[in-house]
Design a protein around this ligand. Sequence first.
Ligand SMILES: [Zn+2]
Length: 283
Amino acid sequence: MIDDETPVLDNHLHLDPDNHRGIDAVRDFARLGGTHLLVVNKPSWHLEVEAEAGEEFRPVFERTIEIVEDATEELEGRAWPVLGVHPGLISRLVDDRGYDPDEAREIMHGGIDVAAEYVARGEALALKSGRPHYEVSEAVWEASNAVMRHAFERGAELDCAVQLHAEAGEEMTEVAEWAKAAGLPAHKVVKHYAGGRLEGPVPSVMSEKDRLEVAAERGEPFLMETDYVDDPDRPGAVLGPKTVPRRVAWMLENGLDEAVRIAHIETPKMVYGIDTVETLERA
Ligand SMILES: [Zn+2]
């Protein structure tokens, strides 16, 4: 069982109270022992925002910040927003809306810059960027890498972490080098939807038992997530909001206490500078 002193953080999920479960999902998470959440804004087009400039991302970010405030009310710890531009947006801009890759890159840079304003004001914790996880043209790939490097530059200026959505794999050292070149240390770059092992950025491990066993055995910094999408059209697309606390309980039952400490206390502190112990007030 999870005791009162153990923080339990889901490092990447989405909440959509306007269309699906929203805060009910947070209550489920909290009831099972979950205490802290990093809530990532949904892809802009899911909220019917077809941005043509960075400013147009603002309502998406503002809504996420409101949702985080409501989520915090339900938690013994708290929630924080992670804001940015989903890398899949480039395909919508280029394939569906007729922008060339350079124009798409500029729109996405603009979105990252607006997200960075919220981090600068202390209203968001980290940035979200990345590159497509599917096959794209050379020009789209280059533009996507440029967007990701732009996010690293903003992250370096703000001293904030950057969460990445990217292709599957266990090796991203080149990307970590780009971050370092921009002034952002590799330990502030997080690859979401990761397996248990990753060279370069810090893996945010999808909370399946086999992936967690690999991460625990490795003994390196890692985070745990569900990528819960809170989308009525994709109910089984990802793990549910109860998964991280359930897996933490399972890890503790199986003697993986050290891995729990790494994923829920040490790594959050190292990556984001957050203190999940100090911000935990169990009733
Ligand atoms: Zn996600």
